[in-house]
Unconditional design. Structure first.
Length: 124
């Protein structure tokens, strides 16, 4: 099972459950939903969500995705991680591809760390 991750708000996840499908503003603006690998998720959170306490981490099983997934350079060419390849989902996220949802609040200093339960959940 290969997993990727997407950071979103609790409210947006609740809306997705109500609507039966998840979309993100980037899907309309850039044509894809930004995702991360397990090794990229903390840096992504610290770069774009510092100080946010209303976030969850969607754990997504790649093999269950219905929309195309491509590993590509960061959307922003000025990103310091330009040599890395990020998973970009070119379409809506079907909810049955989401294995689990993990709370993802920042620490007291506003920075993120990988949720303590996540590595244990991934090894099961």
């Amino acid at each position: 099972m290969k997993q990727i991750f997407h950071i979103t708000t609790r409210d947006d996840w609740k809306a997705a459950q109500r609507d039966g499908v998840y979309t993100a503003p980037s899907l309309d603006a850039e044509g894809f939903i930004h995702c991360s690998t397990i090794d990229q998720v903390v840096a992504t959170a610290n770069s774009f969500y510092r100080g946010r306490r209303d976030l969850v981490l969607l754990c997504i099983e790649e093999s269950r995705l219905k929309a195309p997934l491509r590993y590509e350079s960061p959307a922003n060419p000025d990103d310091t991680r330009a040599s890395q390849r990020f998973p970009h989902l070119y379409g809506r996220l079907n909810l049955d591809a989401v294995d689990r949802v993990v709370e993802f609040p920042c620490e007291s200093d506003g920075l993120f760390q990988l949720p303590a339960a996540l590595p244990a959940l991934l090894s099961n």
